[in-house]
Every structure is written in structure tokens, then in C-alpha cells.
Design a binder for this molecule. Structure first.
Ligand code: GTP
Ligand code: MG
Length: 136
């Protein structure tokens, strides 16, 4: 079996959508292995988002991710990495397909960073790296 890191980002927690998002994950059949509420400091986020350093949305992204708590989830199942990415939908919530978390629950709020409710690791390497960052 495989594991991935899922985050319900600060917009998801603040809007009270944690339960709705967890319900979709559980209904799909993936297993919750560990789950915690986290208020990440800048250093943790710099590690998590190292690949985006220098991009125009990098600073707004870190600020957004420090604006409130996130729910970090260790999720398990066969092909869960690509399976959760599929559940989440594409990055931009305006055009993410209806039926996905971002497509059904997200929108453009006119801010500098795309507030798109969730994060999911994008490869086995990312999953191992990110699970270490959020769960140690
Ligand atoms: P994650 O699952 O959160 O990693 O999303 P992703 O893999 O779909 O996107 P990516 O890793 O490319 O970017 C990380 C986060 O940065 C996104 O989830 C958005 O919150 C934000 N972001 C990415 N690209 C853009 C962009 O072009 N503009 C803006 N404003 N924000 C972006
Ligand atoms: Mg990503």
C-alpha cells in the first residue's frame, strides 16, 4: 500500500469544510492513518514549498498558509497519491472539474494566492518528504 500527505489548508478549515472534505476522502475508501491540527511556522512551510521558491505566488502562499491552522492527514491506500490528486481536482478552483473538492467547494476570491482548500503530494518522493515534514 501507499501513503500520501493531504492538507486541508487554512481556507478549508476556516470555512468549516474539514468534515465535508474528510467525508469525501473516507467515502472514496482511503484510510486515515494519522491526523492533526497544525499551525505551521515559516520554516516548515519553506521546506514544504521549496520547489516554489522565487515564484510570484511564493510569499503570498506562505502568508496564506500561516493565516490559520491546517489539518494534516496521513492517508493510505493503493494508488492513493494519484487518487487523492484526482479527488482534489486541478490547482485553479475556478476551472477545476465539478465533482472534485476544488471544483465543488472552491472559487477565486480575488487574492494573490489561489485558495484551493487542499494539498496532496504529487509523487512517491514528495509524499515521503512531506510526511516527514508534517509528521516527523
Ligand atoms: P498543492 O496540492 O497545494 O501542491 O497544489 P498543486 O500541486 O495543484 O499546485 P502547486 O504545487 O503547483 O502549487 C502549490 C500552491 O501554490 C497551489 O495549491 C496554489 O495554492 C498556489 N499556486 C500555484 N500556482 C499558482 C499560480 O499560478 N498563481 C497563484 N496565485 N497561486 C498559485
Ligand atoms: Mg503541489
Amino acid at each position: 500500500t501507499e501513503e500520501t500527505l493531504v492538507l486541508v489548508k487554512p481556507d478549508g478549515v476556516a470555512r468549516g469544510l474539514t468534515g465535508a472534505i474528510l467525508a469525501r476522502i473516507e467515502a472514496k475508501g482511503y484510510a486515515l492513518v494519522d491526523l492533526r491540527l497544525v499551525e505551521p511556522d515559516r520554516e516548515r512551510l519553506e521546506r514544504h514549498y521549496a520547489e516554489h521558491e522565487g515564484k510570484p505566488f511564493y510569499e503570498p502562499l506562505l502568508e496564506f498558509m500561516m493565516s490559520g491552522p491546517s489539518v494534516a492527514i496521513r492517508l493510505a491506500g493503493n494508488r492513493v497519491i494519484e487518487g487523492f490528486r484526482s479527488l482534489a481536482g486541478t490547482t485553479d478552483p475556478t476551472t477545476a472539474a465539478p465533482g472534485t473538492i476544488r471544483g465543488d467547494l472552491g472559487r477565486d476570491w480575488g487574492l494573490k494566492v489561489q485558495q484551493n482548500l487542499v494539498h496532496g503530494s504529487d509523487s512517491t518522493e514528495s509524499a515521503a518528504r512531506e510526511l516527514e515534514i508534517w509528521f516527523g
